[in-house]
Ligand binder design. Structure first.
Ligand code: AMP
Ligand code: GLY
Length: 428
């Protein structure tokens, strides 16, 4: 099969590496891809959000299957547009992608079907938000833009002044554009967070190994929120008992709810969960693989990724085995100093051979923000590389990943030095 992966970050690189192991995959492309991905796939410079150009390219090259990995093309209906020209694709259609693209949609879905989540209210009038927050008088309070906002549309407000600032930023200054036309105001929950990615074919849901993201820029979960500075899998808080409860109370009801709403979910449904004192609750749904969760989940997948993906599209997931190997994986992100705010690009990356560390056993370097400049690998984004190691145990995986990071250098490199620390503490 000739396959196209839409996107160009570390997640897409991990998907490509896993797909290439399939005996059914004969040729693989990525659009737009990046410098490091070009060692593993043919890259075509089309923006992931350019639905028209992407569909035209897919027809021209006669791809057998397209994997749409990124949220915005899914929300724009790329899977529908590909289906319209007869090209099957991995991922939800536009209607089902609303589970991530509209927080109002997902919160109302959870309420209607009794799926545990934080209490909330929806507003389109800034003055009403502030009146509501004032009446409730419980801080912190969480204010979320309705639409996609690159993971930055969630503001945790410690007092009324912060809530005022959040409303101004989202609803008046429209920092996230039309995403801020509506906001969700939510109760603040506490407890360990768990990411569970799952394969869905509209009717059946098969969860993948659990993982833990590290969203803040600095050690000790300090600093600004980022796209994710590192991940580990499995997540030690996600015990078999918690997994059973999540399946009963969250995963199955969600898939059924989407079916009943007339928009069955196909693709990868990502459950962002918080294990609160009152039980597991949904913090957010994503309609796609997580980044950098994918970089620790797929290296532990034992089954053939392409076969499982095709089963989600065909509706045959119930008959398809999805298994993960024992052991653990850890991913440490090497970022450009200054990320998630401003940072410099074009720094030469030293230490890699064809984008990898061939001497290091069980280590893979996933490229997120790299470019090739006259054959030399340089930085081209905030998150530059994800260094993933697998091992029998989490301590070994972390040790391997951090040792590998020592071999890679670029000017102003920033990484967290405590990825996995909380997971290790939970295992004591
Ligand atoms: P989201 O983009 O919805 O995943 O939110 C980003 C982060 O904000 C989450 O990973 C949580 O750490 C935090 N968060 C979101 N909603 C809540 C909530 N209701 N209570 C506490 N923390 C939250
Ligand atoms: N790592 C969080 C996400 O992909 O949304």
């Amino acid at each position: 099969m000739k396959i196209l992966v839409v996107g160009g970050g570390g997640r897409e690189h991990a998907i490509i590496r896993a797909l290439k192991q399939s005996p059914r995959c004969t040729e693989i492309w990525c659009a737009p891809g990046n410098g490091g991905i070009s060692y593993d796939a043919h890259c075509k410079n089309i923006a992931a959000t350019d639905v028209e150009a992407m569909v035209a390219f897919a027809q021209e090259e006669a791809f057998d299957y397209v994997v749409v990995a990124q949220d915005d093309p899914l929300a724009l209906g790329m899977v529908d547009a590909l289906a319209a020209v007869g090209i099957p694709a991995f991922g939800p259609n536009k209607a089902a992608a609303r589970i991530e693209a509209s927080k109002v949609f997902s919160k109302n879905l959870m309420k209607k079907y009794g799926i545990p989540t934080a209490d909330y209210a929806v507003f389109d009038d800034p003055a009403q938000v502030l009146r509501y927050v004032e009446e409730k008088d419980r801080y912190p309070v969480v204010i979320k833009a309705d639409g996609l906002a690159l993971g930055k549309g969630v503001l945790i407000c410690q007092d009324h002044a912060a809530a005022e600032a959040a409303v101004k930023e989202i609803m008046l200054d429209k920092k996230f554009g039309a995403s801020g036309n509506h906001v969700v105001v939510e109760e603040f929950l506490t407890g360990p967070e768990v990411s569970v990615l799952s394969f869905c074919d509209g009717k059946t849901v098969k969860p993948m190994v659990s993982s833990m993201d590290h969203k803040r820029a600095l050690d000790g979960d300090q600093g600004l929120n980022t796209g994710g500075m590192g991940t580990v899998a499995p997540n030690p808080y996600y015990t078999p008992e918690v997994a059973d409860r999540c399946m009963r109370e969250i995963f199955l009801p969600t898939v059924e709810a989407m079916q009943k709403e007339g928009c069955p979910f196909k693709g990868c449904l990502y459950f962002g969960l918080m294990l609160t004192p009152d039980g597991p609750k949904v913090i957010e749904y994503n309609c796609r693989f997580g980044d950098p969760e994918t970089q620790v989940v797929l290296p532990l997948l034992e089954s053939d990724l392409l076969t499982v993906m095709l089963a989600t599209t065909d509706g045959t997931l119930a008959e398809t085995g999805v298994s993960f190997r024992d052991g653990a994986a850890a991913c440490v992100i090497l970022a450009s100093g200054g990320y998630p705010l401003s940072y410099e690009k074009g720094k030469e990356i030293a230490g890699l051979t064809l984008g990898q560390l061939p001497g290091r056993k069980d280590v893979t370097v996933y490229h997120a923000g790299t470019a090739l400049r006259d054959g030399t690998l340089v930085t081209s984004g905030g998150r530059v590389l994800g260094v993933t190691a697998t091992a029998d145990t989490l301590p070994e995986a972390l040790q391997r990943a951090y040792a590998a990071c020592e071999e890679i250098h670029f000017d102003k490199l920033h990484k967290r030095s405590d990825i996995g620390a909380r997971a290790l503490a939970a295992m004591q």
